[in-house]
Design a protein around this ligand. Structure first.
Ligand code: 4NP
Length: 154
């Protein structure tokens, strides 16, 4: 089993989308996908209604997810930790115990070499179009990730 964690700040907008999208592209018997936030503002909350709506419009159901906070033990549970932006990267790396932990943390958009800006913008104070843009960035990245992972684990 390969375990992948998606991380953003609040775990209600970006990482729930990344979690749901990647989960929908991978076989569940071989891959476990989860998400978390570096902050604890929204622990126990469902994803933002705009993330739920944009996912639903692309046939991805994220409505049953619940926010949780990233914790040091996640370095033991997960093989890869994808973060949405540089601030998430710093916050996760602050909790690392050794270089092996740090090596698991990657900016999700690094997988897409044709994109120069590696930051998934935070849509929380934005419009529906910002959520659509985030969906599209994450969908492209998760396509690349799922192809890479399924090839590797054959
Ligand atoms: P996310 O967006 O990190 O993509 O889940 C945010 C959600 C909530 C807040 C910030 C970002 N907040 O400040 O409550």
């Amino acid at each position: 089993m390969t375990s992948i964690l998606m991380v953003c700040l609040g775990n209600i907008c970006r990482s729930p989308l990344a979690h749901g999208i990647l989960e929908s592209k991978l076989p569940s018997d071989r891959f476990y996908v989860d998400s978390a936030g570096t902050a604890g503002y929204h622990i126990g909350d469902r994803p933002d209604h705009r993330s739920i709506a944009v996912a639903k419009s692309h046939n991805v159901d994220i409505s049953r997810q619940q926010a949780r906070q990233f914790q040091t033990s996640d370095f033991d549970t997960f093989d890869i930790i994808y973060v949405m932006d540089h601030s998430n990267f710093e916050n996760v790396v602050k909790l690392a115990r050794h270089t092996k932990d740090i090596a698991k943390v990657k900016l999700i958009l690094e997988v897409n070499q044709s994109i120069t800006n590696k930051r998934v913008p935070d849509p929380y104070y934005g419009e529906m179009s910002d959520f659509e843009h985030v969906f599209s960035l994450l969908n492209n990245a998760c396509d690349i990730i799922s192809k890479k992972l399924t090839r590797k684990s054959l």
